[in-house]
Structures are given as C-alpha cells and as structure tokens.
Design a protein around this ligand. Sequence first.
Ligand code: UGA
Length: 425
Amino acid sequence: MFKICVIGAGYVGSTTAALFASLGNTVSAFEINEARLESLRAGNLPMFEPGLQGYLREGISKGRLEFTNDLSSAANDADFVFICVPTPSLEDGSADMSFVLQAARSLSGIVKAGAILITKSTVPVGSVSDLEREIARPDVHVVSNPEFLREGSAVFDFFNPDRIVIGSSNRTAAEKVAELYAKVQAPILITDSKSSELIKYASNSFLAIKLSFVNEIARLCDGLGANAEDVLNGFGLDSRIGSKFTRTGPGWGGSCFPKDTRALSALAKSFEINLQMVDAAIESNLNAKLHVIKILRRSLGGQLQGKRIAVWGLTFKAFTDDTRESPAIHICQLLLEQGCEVVSFDPQVREVSSRAIAIADSAIDCTHGADALLVLTEWPEFSEAIPSEVLESMAGDSVIDTRGVLDPANWRAAGANLRILGNSN
Ligand code: UGA
C-alpha cells in the first residue's frame, strides 16, 4: 500500500482522500480552509455526498486518513501527490490554473525523489508540461489522471468506473499510478498527458452536447404535441445512441459541464479552431431555461408579472447540495426579472446568494399561496408529495414538472393543471 498526499480537500479531494484510504493506503490531505479542515478532522463531510461520510470516519478511526494545514508534513514522504485544487473559469472561459501552479511551486522543495505528482483537477490540455516546469524537479514525474466521478454517486463511480485514464510521457510513472487502482475493476487507458487531459474535456463536452440535443427534442415535442419520454426512450434503445443521459430537464449545470465546455471552446479558439457543436450546446442550454419560463407563462395565461411561483429544487440535480451553475437558480433569477415572487424549497439548500429567492422550510410551506408550482430538481421527496395537500395549499392550479418526477394521473386527478416538459400540451 502507498503513502498518498491529497492537495485540496474540496469535493474531488475529500472523495479521493477518503476512498483511497478505504483501499488500504495512508492518506494525508492538505486543506487551507480552517472551517472545512475542522469539519473533516471531526469526521463530518462539509458537503452532501451519499455514502462518503462513512468512509471518511472509517479512514480517520483506522488511522489511515488525516487532514492537515501543514503542507510539508502532508507531502514530504508521499509516494503520490494528488492535486485536487479548483480550476474555476476566467472571464474568457479558460480555466484559472493559478491554484494548481501554486501547489506545484510549493511542493517543489518538499516532495521526495521519485514521488509522482498527479493532476486530478480538470486542467487545460498541456498542464502536465506546465506543472513539470513549475515543480522543476527532474526526479519527480507529473501524471494526468482525470476524475470522472459524478456528484451524488461519487462513491459508486470511484469503485465502478467505466475507465481509468492515465496520461504521461513516462511509462513507468504511468504504470505506478495504475497500481493505485489495482483493486478497482476497470479498463486502464495509458496515453500521453495531453490526450489524457483532452479525454476529460471531450467526455464532459460530449455529454453536454447530448443533453442539449435531448432537451431540444423535448422542446420540439412540446411544439408538436409528441411525448418526449417515448421519443427519447425509442431513440436511446438504439445501442449506438444509448439510453444513458437522455433525461430531459431544465438544462444542464453544476461545477463541471458549464466550466469545461467553456474551457474547451476557449482552448480551441486559441488554436483558431471553432468547436461549433460545443458552442451550440452552450447556447442551446440557455434556451432550455427560457423554454421552462415559456411553458410556465403559457400555463398562467400569458402573465408572469406579480405571480407567486413555488420552486421545488435548487441544486443542479438531485443527491447533492451543490448549487453551482444550477439551472434552477438561473430560472429563479429569470422569474425575478419577470416580476415574479419566488419561494423555493430544496431538501439540501438553506441559503442562496440571491436574497430575493425566498427559502421555505418544507415543500408544502413553499407552495402556500402560490399561483404555480415549478419542479426543477428530481429529489425523490417531490414524487412522494401528496398532490391534494399541495394543491389545497396553493392559490392556483398550475404545476410544471421539468424532470418528470410527478405522477401525472395522481396530480391531474387532484385537480392540477399539470404540464410536463416535453409533453406539455
Ligand atoms: C459530470 C460528469 O458526469 C462526471 O463524469 C464528471 O466527473 C464530472 O462532471 C466532473 O467533471 O467532475 P456531475 O457534474 O456531477 O458529473 O453531474 P452529472 O450527473 O453529469 O449531471 C450534469 C448535469 O446534467 C446536471 O444538471 C443534470 O441534471 C443534467 N442531466 C444529467 C440531465 O439533465 N439529464 C440526464 O439524463 C443526465
């Protein structure tokens, strides 16, 4: 087993740290945010990720996992150092590498000879070479090993990945990184570092393109009076297309797809190449949100100004507490701009940056006196709500389900004027 250091105990870092510790490695995670550090040391995950907290506590109690703000003690005897610091979008869409490069500089005088530095954060193509230059240690190799974990199912994805991608110009270093995954059953692809870095961006961008297309077909179904669920089911049954990632919704969001599509597009432009499909997917994703507003407006007889809208779901998808680039938040903002009053409820969100978005204590408190109910995230509690109770609490009867979580027969029987995205006629 190995000695692993993880730099940055955010979402990716704390998942990487806890799950590599569970495989029997000794892991020391470096984190500068005091509050997060204290929380992790106490065995409390500072975010919602199903199943992960158990691994965190097990690692700490078995003495295999520690969190520290002392970089030197975390990294000086590590065989592998995972860089898991954020790479947020800059104004031009490109990824901000300052945290990653700073980490490499700080590690230069600390790591032992033969240590392998691994980029886990999604980094621009060519970053491995930049890091090699930054760390300036010929006895230390830098390897790309992108993460493909989904928030909400990170534990499952860690142990059951579709593939493990490792990128390096040094075959021995890449094979050493592959040893870290010896207990995980998955094809391992070893490639050069640029290709590895590009696989990550290409994967996320392709998935975003697929979803933008799926949502466009759903919008067309709304126009035609066709049933998007049936259309997308029939389309996904073609094994060349595949049925995964064919659920319609209010648009894709989160900390990855928006940032990575922008970064890939910006990268291509720097080579005077236009990634038209990626750019179109980004633009189409805005239309997905505008379409939700259009259905709502139509359901309310053409008038949004002054209406009280209850919104169920603020996260960018269910099973996470993450609201970064959430389509739900964006739609709330569009509603506020239209002069609506917005009252929201999300089982995992107690505050959002916009104070104009009111937050209710429960799903039913949220709908009290509402002219319309808008379901934006597929939390199971929304499908379990009792339609008659919800409708009694509301002033109006308009219900818009953008995620297909409500049972249409039950809601219509209770008197809802229900419109389902992709089947809203
Ligand atoms: C995504 C990728 O799926 C992961 O493989 C990758 O590791 C991660 O980004 C990352 O780069 O770190 P994540 O952002 O957690 O994972 O979320 P997804 O489950 O991919 O969903 C992204 C968005 O697409 C959400 O807004 C979700 O609601 C939407 N979506 C997803 C749909 O609207 N329909 C679907 O069928 C699937």
